[in-house]
Design a binder for this molecule. Structure first.
Ligand code: DC
Length: 221
């Protein structure tokens, strides 16, 4: 059996993390949610009252983060369970800014590359995985969906976690974040030339998972 690296990129709330985690679990691979890592930095900046408009302050703060991602979706920041806290609106509203500085991205990219090493199979999701973090990934998926569909998905995902943000607020957040993520000077959302684009607007999670598993199994078996 051959182990491969799977990169899943795409805009926010396209259902990437749910799909990526499920694909990883079914293949018995390690799942790495890079968005959660940037969200940890945003939460750290809020909790420690850091000036998140200051690139150097943010880049220095990365060294104080000990992030632990578990395969069942829990996120620990400096030994504290922040799974819920990193999904709230306060974090969501500043995370695009926090994940913009070049020095912040360089540190996180290195960390992500280290995490992906020496694993028996990896699924990593984010914005720049197929282009910057793991350019040699064997399978690259670029997962998209319309803003309205993504807002609905995030709404349902939030509800299951006990977070009740109105649908129209989520859709506006998503549109704003799309704009910011696409216009970042470094690490902007971009489809790798060898990525497979998957429009999931009218597909269920299970259907998306099955499509990706089929591509993966064709390579592994
Ligand atoms: O996927 P998400 O919504 O949890 O991502 C949170 C933010 O982090 C989003 O604004 C984009 C940014 N991000 C990034 O710049 N690079 C990544 N590899 C992953 C996420």
């Amino acid at each position: 059996m051959k182990y491969i690296t799977i990169a899943i990129d795409g805009p926010g709330a396209a259902g990437k993390s749910t799909v990526a985690r499920e694909v990883a679990n079914r293949l018995n691979y390690t799942y790495i949610d890079t968005g959660a890592m940037y969200r940890c930095l945003a939460l750290y900046a809020i909790e420690n009252h850091l000036d998140y408009m200051d690139d150097d302050i943010l880049a220095d703060a990365v060294d104080n983060l000990n992030i632990n991602l578990t395969n069942n979706g829990k996120v620990y920041l400096n030994d504290k369970d922040v799974t819920r806290a990193i999904r709230g609106s306060k974090v969501t509203n500043i995370v695009s800014r926090v994940s913009s500085p070049r020095k912040v991205r360089e540190k996180f990219v290195r960390l992500q590359q280290e995490l992906a090493k020496n694993q028996n199979g990896v699924v990593m999701d984010g914005r720049d995985i197929g282009t910057v973090v793991l350019p040699d990934a064997e399978l690259k998926i670029f997962q998209v969906a319309s803003p309205a569909v993504r807002a609905k998905r995030r709404y349902e995902e939030n509800l299951s976690k006990g977070i009740d943000t109105p649908l129209d607020v989520l859709e506006e957040e998503i549109r704003q974040r799309d704009y910011l993520d696409a216009n970042k000077p470094f690490g902007a959302l971009k489809k790798a030339s060898d990525a497979i684009e998957l429009d999931t607007s009218y597909l269920s999670i299970e259907e998306v998972v099955q499509i990706i598993l089929k591509y993966a199994k064709d390579m592994i078996e």
